[in-house]
Ligand binder design. Structure first.
Ligand SMILES: Cc1cc2nc3c(=O)[nH]c(=O)nc-3n(C[C@H](O)[C@H](O)[C@H](O)COP(=O)(O)OP(=O)(O)OC[C@H]3O[C@@H](n4cnc5c(N)ncnc54)[C@H](O)[C@@H]3O)c2cc1C
Ligand SMILES: *[C@@H]1O[C@H](CO)[C@@H](O)[C@H](O)[C@H]1NC(C)=O
Ligand SMILES: *[C@@H]1O[C@H](CO)[C@@H](O)[C@H](O)[C@H]1NC(C)=O
Ligand SMILES: *[C@@H]1O[C@H](CO)[C@@H](O)[C@H](O)[C@H]1NC(C)=O
Ligand SMILES: *[C@@H]1O[C@H](CO)[C@@H](O)[C@H](O)[C@H]1NC(C)=O
Ligand SMILES: *[C@@H]1O[C@H](CO)[C@@H](O)[C@H](O)[C@H]1NC(C)=O
Ligand SMILES: *[C@@H]1O[C@H](CO)[C@@H](O)[C@H](O)[C@H]1NC(C)=O
Length: 489
């Protein structure tokens, strides 16, 4: 019947249904006493603005809970009205998944829930689900000179970060952020609230350590912490690989070194059109750093630009890109970019040659502001590889390298013709690999991938178990986003 209506009438009808649904949702949230941002207000604009301005989506409503009960009520309203709902933690998803990755979702903005409390006798930290990493580090240090391992940007949310991995300049020594998680309080799709840990709802606990965004909304985390070391050394060493031959030999040396480098060393190769650096963090003093890096310095001719001893917060500030540490609400930093990622083991000669050839022959002619990070993620001494590879939903513990490909414009719009730079970079490296010999990181997602390709590369062999758990905790896919886990078919 509808198909006989003129298109304009059909669109009008759809819009009318949408606005009816928006009104019903607003009504439900208001009846339950859930705080919201009114459309058009400054807070609405701030909370709806994604980190990646390339991917703007319009929520149907923005709830701003301050209690777990508010989160339960917001999820209940969404479920009742058939609206998709997503937690937004720090809002740093490269695919704007905190907004649902498409228009018309209920955004549950958590960044007003950011209490961090350290029990400094047990070392257990209780952290609300919308806290940002800089705030977490700042509080744990001030409350007991403790911390845990996580990524570097102070505005990133502990939620999205630790529910999908959480790799940083401490990870080779101390593991992923999710390795420090010992429990969480989760609002499920039917609006019930449960705890999970190794002994309570263990399947849910397994699933949220790698695919948390699809399973529920974490209102509170419990993390173990360690007493932070007194002396660490940050370093930057420049390598000058002006020719393909030098880059090939250099990459070869880096990957041989990565296999056996000491646990105390954390390092990445940072490739840009203007410079190539080895940079990272050493758990120890400057002399020990120099001794640890000497074999690689010898082979690559790297020259130190910086070797700076300091304490825990000094290194966090260094890698925080100049932002102040204690980030909360409001937070208003943005970029316009396209990105993708990769995990591989050591590249063989064919793959190394493909990498370097693409880099020198094609990538260098891209005049946008692009870079590639290659984190030395695995290797014999890496703490990331120590837990069993199936112990959490994070599927990629055993890979040597984690790559981030990032391509941005400093102003204006990212061009539609621009995607090939990264897509071809990745496919040139993986061309000679079988599909199971590489993966991608959901925290560095490629929003251009279709759903099944994305899921297979993010979760690999864990996908079917995740779909089974999803069927139990969110059978109607309330927490939907375009690349998330779907209930088992
Ligand atoms: C500048 C910058 C630097 C980065 N550096 C690193 C790094 O060093 N290492 C690294 O590993 N990653 C890094 N990332 C990636 C980052 O870890 C991911 O983008 C992460 O998902 C962001 O989490 P968020 O809470 O800020 O994002 P959001 O966009 O709010 O959320 C991301 C996803 O997690 C879900 N989510 C968030 N909070 C919760 C919650 N409490 N309960 C349930 N689901 C939730 C959202 O629904 C969404 O699907 C960086 C990103 C940026 C922009
Ligand atoms: C633990 O916290 C208490 C109260 O804030 C403080 O007095 C004490 O010094 C802390 N202990 C450590 C080891 O920091
Ligand atoms: C979850 O555990 C915390 C800490 O032990 C406790 O305070 C809380 O009441 C528990 N919540 C639920 C829903 O069981
Ligand atoms: C590297 O080490 C070798 C063997 O110890 C030495 O002969 C050579 O001079 C060193 N090269 C550099 C650049 O330090
Ligand atoms: C590299 O590995 C791929 C995939 O296994 C293989 O096809 C290729 O021949 C290898 N190249 C070399 C030089 O070993
Ligand atoms: C490698 O990159 C080139 C240049 O962009 C591209 O034409 C080619 O299709 C890529 N090869 C693969 C296998 O993706
Ligand atoms: C909510 O879902 C969970 C997980 O499926 C289930 O155990 C629980 O019984 C449900 N609660 C209600 C009130 O339906």
């Amino acid at each position: 019947m509808l198909s006989l209506l003129p298109l304009s009438a059909l669109l009008g009808l759809t819009a009318a249904l949408q606005s009816e649904k928006a009104a019903a949702l607003a009504d439900c949230l208001s009846t339950c006493g859930v705080p919201v941002n009114a459309p058009g207000t400054a807070d609405w604009k701030l909370d709806a603005a994604p980190y990646n301005l390339r991917l703007n989506y319009t929520p149907v409503a923005i709830a701003v809970p301050t209690t777990a009960k508010h989160v339960q009520d917001a999820v209940s309203c969404a479920g009742r009205l058939g609206v998709k709902a997503n937690a937004k933690g720090g809002g740093h998803s490269y695919g704007s998944f905190g907004l649902g990755g498409e228009d018309g979702h209920l955004t549950i903005e958590l960044d007003r829930m950011n209490k961090v409390v350290l029990d400094n006798t047990t070392g257990i930290a209780t952290i609300e689900g919308g806290s940002r990493l800089g705030h977490v580090a700042f509080e744990l240090y001030n409350q007991g000179k403790r911390g845990f391992s996580h990524g570097t940007c102070p505005g990133v949310g502990v939620g999205g970060h630790s529910l999908h991995g959480g790799y940083g300049v401490s990870s080779h020594t101390k593991g992923l952020a999710l390795d420090w998680m010992i429990g969480a309080t989760v609002v499920l799709a039917n609006s019930s609230i449960v705890n999970c840990s190794a002994t309570e709802n263990p399947d849910l606990f397994w699933a949220i350590r790698g695919a948390g965004s699809s399973m529920g909304i974490v209102t509170e985390f419990r993390f173990n912490t360690f007493v932070v070391p007194e002396t660490l050394t940050v370093f930057v060493a420049l390598v000058r690989w002006g020719t393909e031959e030098k880059a090939l030999a250099g990459m070869q040396a880096v990957q041989e070194f990565a296999e056996t480098m000491p646990a105390e060393l954390n390092m990445r190769l940072f490739i840009t059109p203007r410079f190539i650096n080895l940079e990272g963090l050493y758990y120890g003093d400057k002399a020990s750093l120099q001794a640890a890096l000497a074999p690689l310095v010898n082979k690559t001719g790297a020259t130190f630009q910086l070797q700076q001893e300091g304490g825990w917060l000094d290194q966090i500030k260094h890698f925080g890109g100049g932002l102040s540490l204690d980030q909360g609400h409001p937070y208003d930093y943005h970029e316009t970019f396209y990105s993708s990622s990769l995990y591989t083991n050591a590249l063989n000669d064919t793959q190394l040659k493909a990498f370097v050839t693409y880099w020198f022959k094609y990538a260098k002619s891209n005049k946008r502001d692009w870079y590639v990070h290659i984190d030395l993620h695995g290797g014999k001494a890496s703490a990331v590889g120590k837990p069993d590879s199936d112990s959490t939903a994070y599927a990629h513990r055993d890979y040597l390298f984690m790559y981030l490909f990032y391509d941005r414009v400093d102003r204006g719009v990212f061009p539609a013709s621009g995607f090939g730079h990264i897509q071809n970079f990745v496919s040139n490296i993986t061309e000679s690999m079988t599909a199971t010999a590489w993966g991608r990181y959901i925290n560095y997602p490629d929003p251009n991938l279709d759903q099944s390709t994305a899921q297979a590369t993010y979760w690999g062999g864990h996908l079917s178990k995740l779909q089974t758990i999803k069927s139990e905790v969110d059978p109607l896919d309330v927490f939907h986003y375009p690349q998330g886990i779907m209930p088992a078919p």
